[in-house]
Ligand binder design. Sequence first.
Ligand SMILES: Nc1ncnc2c1ncn2[C@@H]1O[C@H](COP(=O)(O)OP(=O)(O)O)[C@@H](O)[C@H]1O
Ligand SMILES: [Mg+2]
Length: 457
Amino acid sequence: MDLNPFDYSDPVEPKDLIDREPEVGALLRLATGAHNTRLSAPRRFGKTSVLRRVLQDARGMGRATVYVNFYGVTTLEEVAVRIERAYREQLQGPLRRAAVAAIDALRPTGRLSVAPGIGVEIHGQRDHDAAERLLGLLDLPIKVAQRSGGPVIVAFDEFQEVLSAGGEVDKLIRSRIEHHGQAAGYVFAGSHPGLMAELFGERQRALFEQARPVRLGPLPDAELAGHIGERFERTGRRVEGVLDALLALVRGHPQRAMLAAHHLWEATPADQTADEERWASAREGMFTELEEGFERTWSGLSRDQRRLMSGVAEGEGTLFAARTLQRHQLSKAGAQHARDTLVAQGVLEASGGSAQIVQATLDTNGLAPGLYGAAISVASNDPDEPLLGIPVELTVLSPIQIWRQANFGSHGDTGAGADAADPDFDGISNLREYAFTLDPQVNNAAGQPTITANPAG
Ligand SMILES: Nc1ncnc2c1ncn2[C@@H]1O[C@H](COP(=O)(O)OP(=O)(O)O)[C@@H](O)[C@H]1O
Ligand SMILES: [Mg+2]
């Protein structure tokens, strides 16, 4: 059984890229020369495929490359998480170590309140200031370039999405990249021409004139014809008769061309020729698929998955917050299960990374006085540290210890606070001062002589 040679969903392997030589060449030359470019085209025109090829070629030239896809980001934290993850996952050896060390140094120290007066220092958990952290992450090319000895090639895909993370992100990004000089060559790719124009084309926007434009147009008919014909032939089929009709329909749209070729190939048995009739049925199948495409994902979801997706679509900060769960009528377990299956199916991407402030109260009622050891467990989405155990020490004081603490600043039976001591020289020991609720720092001798002289009465 032979496999359909036309893939129309994933970005194509660099070796399968049709045409795009001029665009790839220009992007590669500019990026390796530490110049910035922007690649705009509608969705499905092959931007990601071109980026892959550019990055592969750049690696072939010994350059470090980082690819970040901002599709679906809604918060500053997510922008930061995507960037961090790209450096962690895509670099290797000393370059990765340099990046990870720089990332780790960005993690602030936080303080978690457990109960009034008791605090726990937390390292590397809370993001006090997402913007501050993002600035640090944006500067990673400088650290990597110091090691690699040449510009890092950074591809920011679906870059228009950063606008959803708040109006100032482009300003933050520009404020860093304009200092990167020879450290980096950026390629900004975006599928929303309107938003890309807004980001780069308007004078008042921060990235104006920061990146040379490169456009991806339709694929030339001759190149498409060659590619499709060759693949039909290679799999024992003929296509010549209807190729013109196919090309006329798709008009150079790369993904539609592959979609049409896929259906036509499917309608053509081995050792046969794609004729008018087969083309008609292929076209029908193609339209049906396009129509259904948008609904297919949705209809494949369970009720909880749809509810979860609604929550995700609304971009709520904490998906598992009680309020969010309630609004979407989800139980926590149901939401987690839905999330896990959707993540497994690739419908949802786990991002996380937003800071959560946790309040915990320790109830000391009923605890005998003494020293207690405990650990606060913090679940984290950092694969290196999925569960952080934070040791906590808690001293439960007895009544006299509390009294000593209040009067002498320390609860121990020692020094001025010792039971037998008499720091106010009134002849009344601390233990008695406590028993008769006197002030151990005030000489009570004159007022209370009988108590000491003759306690039995
Ligand atoms: N140069 C190309 N050669 C072959 N197929 C392409 C090319 N460009 C795009 N395609 C087709 O379009 C689909 C989408 O490509 P992709 O790179 O994901 O586009 P974009 O990132 O612009 O949305 C691919 O699955 C492939 O079928
Ligand atoms: Mg893409």
